[in-house]
Structures are given as C-alpha cells and as structure tokens.
Ligand binder design. Structure first.
Ligand SMILES: [Zn+2]
Length: 335
C-alpha cells in the first residue's frame, strides 16, 4: 500500500499529550533561544527525543523536563497547540483530534504562568487550527496520579469550573506505584457533570496490570481506557472489554519505546481486535517520540498485516468514542 493512500485516509486521534506533541523545528529554536547547545540535530535529538526503546527512566525524564523548561510562556503554549493540530492535519489528515494536558505540569516549572491564561492560549491555538483546516479539536484535562488527592481535587474542581472548554478528564503517570482508586471520587464527580472519562490503565508490562483496567472501569467510571495493552494477558478482561464495547486508546510505537511490548510484531493490537475489542490507533507523544499517525498506520500494516479496511474500522470506532459533540463532528466528518 502506498504511503499517500494511508496519509489521505481521514483519521481520528484520541490519545495525544499536548506538552509532548511539539513540532521539532520550533522546540529546537526555543531551546537555542534559552542558550541550550542544540545547534546540531543529534544534540537536539539526544536532549529531547526518544528514538529507541528506553533503558532507564531518569534518561527519559530528563527529556520530558527539558521540554517543560523550554515551554515557558503562554504565547509558546498557543503556538505549540496550533502546530500540534496543524501537523496532525497536514501529516495524517486527522479530522477529529482530542488533546490532553495537565495544567499542573507546566505551571509547576513556571510560576509566572497562570492556569486561566494558559487555558485561553490553548483555546486560541485550537480555534486557529479549526479555522484553517477541516478539523475539530477537543480538550481533555489530565490529573497526575503522582500528586496527592488534595492537589488533584484542586485541579479537578478547576477543570469543572471551566468545563465548557473541556470534553473529558484523564488520569496519567505511573500506575504501578500510584493506584487509581484514591481518585475515584474525583472522576465520579467529573462524570456526573458530563465530562467523558478516560484513564491510563494496563500500560506497563508488569504482573496484574490488566486488573487496573477493571478498576478504571468500575471505580472511576472510565468510558475509554488509555492504552489497556496489557489486557491481552487476562482473558477475563478482554471478554469484559469486548462485551461492553469499551474502546482502547492503543499507542503501539509508544508501547515499544517504553518497553510495554517487546516490538511491533508482538504488539497485541490485531489480537485484541480479533477478540472483538474496539481498538483505536493513537500516537501518545508525537513530538518526543518522533512519530505521526500515518506512520503508526504504516507500522501496523507492515508488522501486523492490518489492511486499510481494518484501519478504517478503527477510525469509525474512534469517531464514535470521541468525547467531542456529535454535532461538531458532523461538520467535519458527516455520517
Ligand atoms: Zn498517554
């Protein structure tokens, strides 16, 4: 199959972290402005990109923190947002895009920034992209499970105060050391106020990870699961996902880079799909992981023998599972 055919296929991206969805050329310019020595491409790659399966967490964290240091004003956040949307459209023909971000992530490093002004900057970036391209963009507010319940209660309330601008809420970060259930009340509250719920669960390759998917569904009220790739190791969890039609936001290349799976060939995307699970395809962190959604499609065709029709079916499921209103979706992708 030709790359152009894959690129042309209209797509849905449900799982993309805004802070790590930067355009490389822009981030490099900002890093140079701050005095970082990244004039050579290989220096930039070493400091900011994950190009191969990671060996240790500190090395990866270093890259995340570099990115956070560089995105230090609301004006940059607006540009970051616009370019993340623009690149999704131009490189992959993404028509329906959900971006997620943790208000606390950038604010922790930059006291001069403000949550309300940052949100306004993101919304301006999204609106510019929607005006320029036939796409709709929705925003998911992300809670960090590495923070206390009290901190997250604050951000949950902040998101709900601004819920006109959010389509959903998510829980992210290390699910091994930080279980999800302490945050159940916050997610039930957001669900009751009409937000879509997605939870990072069943991502790392550790014993029992699949069970975290059930906690996300039963305790936090998740409508979709972020990753959920480890479901494959628990037949009961796979059966539950299939029976209830729970969409998985799968991110195969990210799973390879974080060693959640051994390689693309052994990724369970196709096996989950064949078992009746609603699999959707996503990039996770297109900037730092240096990947596009079109390349993700190409990877699955090459390594898992997926056909174009399979990918079209996944996009149909993703379109149905989007938290963006049906009315707005109709404007860019009619029935
Ligand atoms: Zn993620």
């Amino acid at each position: 199959m030709r790359y152009d055919d894959l690129k042309r296929m209209p797509k849905v991206e449900l799982h993309c972290h805004l802070e790590l969805a930067f355009r490389k050329s822009t981030l490099r310019r900002w890093a140079l402005d701050k005095g970082m020595e990244v004039a050579r491409e290989e220096d930039f790659d070493r400091e900011f990109l994950i190009k191969a399966p990671m060996d240790d967490l500190p090395t990866v964290l270093h890259k995340f923190l570099n990115t956070r240091d560089v995105i230090d004003t609301e004006a940059k956040v607006e540009q970051l947002t616009f370019e993340a949307c623009e690149d999704m459209f131009l490189q992959s023909n993404v028509r329906i895009l959900e971006l997620r971000y943790a208000p606390s992530f950038l604010l922790d490093a930059h006291p001069t920034m403000d949550a309300d002004r940052m949100l306004e900057a993101i919304l301006r970036g999204m609106a510019r992209a929607e005006a320029a391209y036939p796409m709709v963009v929705g925003l998911i507010g992300l809670l960090q499970r590495i923070k206390s319940v009290k901190d997250n209660a604050y951000w949950c309330d902040w998101i709900l105060e601004h819920k006109a601008h959010f389509v959903g809420m998510d829980l992210a970060d290390d699910e091994v050391s930080y279980p999800a259930y302490p945050f159940a009340t916050l997610f039930q509250k957001a669900k009751n106020q009409g937000l879509g719920i997605t939870v990072h669960a069943g991502e790392p390759h550790v014993p029992g990870a699949a069970k975290n998917i059930l906690i996300a569904l039963d305790e936090l009220g998740a409508d979709r699961i972020g990753h959920g790739v480890q479901a494959i190791h628990d037949a009961g969890v796979v059966a539950r996902l299939a029976k209830d039609g729970v969409p998985l936001e799968l991110c195969p290349w990210s799973n390879v880079l974080t060693r959640a799976v051994l390689d693309l060939k052994s990724h369970p995307f196709k096996r989950l799909m064949d078992a009746g699970v609603r699999t959707t395809l996503n990039t996770d962190d297109p900037g730092v992981m240096d990947i596009t959604l079109t390349q993700e499609c190409e990877n699955l065709i090459q390594h898992l023998n997926l056909r174009l029709e399979d990918l079209e079916r996944c996009n149909k499921w993703a379109r149905q599972a989007s938290f963006i209103s049906k009315q707005r979706i109709q404007q860019v992708w009619p029935d």
